[in-house]
Design a binder for this molecule. Structure first.
Ligand code: C5P
Length: 235
């Protein structure tokens, strides 16, 4: 994947986001992940602006609704020039198919269709909450594989999973599917609210196609140095 260290710009403050972008450097070499917080505050205008500036944009809104609503929303998102977007695999195969169809329908002529990534189990989800809150009888690895398989057969281009699960998924689903992994924590960094984490080097060794990194870069005293160190470790 292009620029496989994706930086999650999780903030509600536009100025702070711009300062971070400035620190990261070249737009044409950078993938930014815009999540719910930033999108909720600044919406389509901001996405269009950053696409126009040359950034590769991963718009991570984790859609999870009935197929018709997801189709219509995905169609609107595809008009923005983004490269990646997400749905929850738990929304089911009809919903994932609808998301893909919406992206295809909304993409302007002669433009690439944004890649559809399906979130398996959130990296903040522990085996305990999987068992007791989701009432899922499968172990985490088996549940993640089940959802990833569902996503692949419904037409998703890849999955979001923990780096701890990539090797198993890749062995089962092949190298032509994308394995994007958040839950990245450089050695010595706090876990925060993440549960199933790994270092950039471990994610690479496991076979991650790309990693998503937020706080270890955005809250670093020197975000540029943190970004460069993580890129070096991953590449
Ligand atoms: O700050 P941190 O590195 O934990 O940020 C991880 C980012 O990846 C957040 O923006 C979060 O929304 C996203 N994410 C995640 N786990 C998933 C899917 C997305 O942490 N399963």
């Amino acid at each position: 994947m292009k620029h496989p260290v994706m930086v999650a710009i999780d903030t509600a403050e536009r100025e702070r986001a711009e300062t971070l972008l400035h620190a990261l450097g070249k737009p044409h070499d950078t993938t930014l992940k815009i999540g719910m917080e930033l999108y909720d505050c600044y919406g389509r205008e901001l996405v269009r602006e950053w696409v126009a500036a040359g950034y590769t944009i991963f718009l991570d809104l984790k859609l999870h609704d009935i197929p018709n609503t997801v189709y219509r929303t995905a169609k609107q998102l595809a008009k923005l020039g983004i490269s990646y977007t997400t749905v929850h695999a738990l929304g089911g195969s009809a919903m994932i198919e609808a998301a893909k169809a919406g992206l295809i329908a909304g993409t302007p002529l002669n433009h690439p269709v944004p890649k559809l990534l399906a979130v398996t189990e959130l990296t903040s989800m522990s085996p305990g909450s999987l068992a007791h809150e989701q009432n899922c009888r499968l172990p985490m690895a088996a549940q993640v594989l089940h959802l990833a398989r569902l996503a692949q057969s419904a037409g998703a281009d890849g999955v979001i999973c923990s780096p701890l699960e990539v090797a198993t998924l890749k062995a089962a689903l092949g190298p032509n599917f994308l394995y994007v992994t958040p839950g990245i924590r450089p050695t010595g960094h706090a876990q925060d609210d993440q549960n199933r984490t790994a270092t950039p080097a471990a994610a690479k060794a496991a076979g991650s196609s790309a990693i998503v990194v937020g706080r270890p870069i955005t809250l670093a005293s020197n975000p540029r140095a943190a970004y460069d160190a993580i890129k070096k470790e991953f590449n």
